[in-house]
Design a protein around this ligand. Structure first.
Ligand code: XBP
Ligand code: MG
Length: 231
């Protein structure tokens, strides 16, 4: 049994990237910026983790209006965060098996951590809407957003969480959905289980311990065992 489970958020705990994309696009529209990130473009933009970094990267392609926002990326991103947290608060399901794994790890005395590039308010909004108002207290260490300057694929956010947990990487397991995430976790020395999602299906995950479709069933734990017994 590992000493701690450390979870990525976007794509791993829940399929949130479509809500991020929607929040970015609504923010651009409200600013009268003629930009729309469609799915294929967003898939490419996901190569750059972090919303502010993603916008800055997009500006380099020279879209109309770029000069208007070049020095206002933090403002734009704050507005995006407000939109995103409102969307998530309206209700977002965790991916299959996530809630049960969290519950059972907690019950077994396994520590829980979060290591994500996304902003802290986004993590709080997601966990509270899916696991209840006290959800943040389930986690022994939370590393999010700008708490480290170098985002994934840099190992920094995982090293930050390991330091807060006071555990060696080899005693923990990381859960990720993306190539950048696996790179970050592996560079921090963590055994890493990958559940690819909407935007990362078919990608390569070098060094992953296992690549699984999901972490189990949503609300019928052990149904597969019951089914096997019935035969
Ligand atoms: C997720 C991300 C995040 C979100 C946006 O990566 O890249 O940038 O898309 O979040 P990971 P913010 O799952 O590997 O952590 O806009 O709050 O930065
Ligand atoms: Mg992710």
């Amino acid at each position: 049994i590992p000493s701690a489970l450390i979870f990525d958020v976007d794509g791993t705990l829940a399929e949130t990237e479509e809500l991020h994309r929607q929040a970015f696009n609504a923010t651009f529209a409200a600013e009268q910026l003629p930009w729309h990130w469609d799915e294929p473009l967003y898939r490419r933009l996901l190569d750059v983790t972090g919303g502010k970094e993603r916008i800055a990267h997009f500006l380099k392609s020279g879209p109309d209006g770029a000069e208007r926002v070049a020095d206002r990326i933090p403002d734009l991103h704050r507005a995006k965060t407000d939109r995103y947290t409102a969307l998530v608060a309206a209700g977002t399901a965790l991916r299959p098996g996530v809630a049960r794994l969290i519950r059972e790890a907690k019950a077994a005395g396994v520590k829980l951590g979060i290591a994500t590039t996304t902003s802290l308010p986004n993590v709080e909004a997601l966990l509270q809407s899916s696991l209840g108002p006290d959800a943040m207290a389930l986690f022994d260490a939370v590393g999010a957003g700008d708490v480290v300057p170098a985002k994934k694929p840099a190992p920094d956010i995982y090293l930050y969480v390991l330091d807060a947990l006071k555990l060696p990487a080899a005693a923990c397991v990381a859960f990720e959905d993306s190539t950048n995430g696996v790179r970050a976790a592996r560079a921090a020395g963590l055994p890493t289980i990958v559940t690819p999602g909407l935007y990362t299906e078919g990608d390569d995950f070098p060094g992953a311990l296992a690549v699984l479709s999901d972490l189990g069933e949503p609300d019928a734990p052990y149904r597969h065992l019951a089914g096997a017994g019935a035969g």
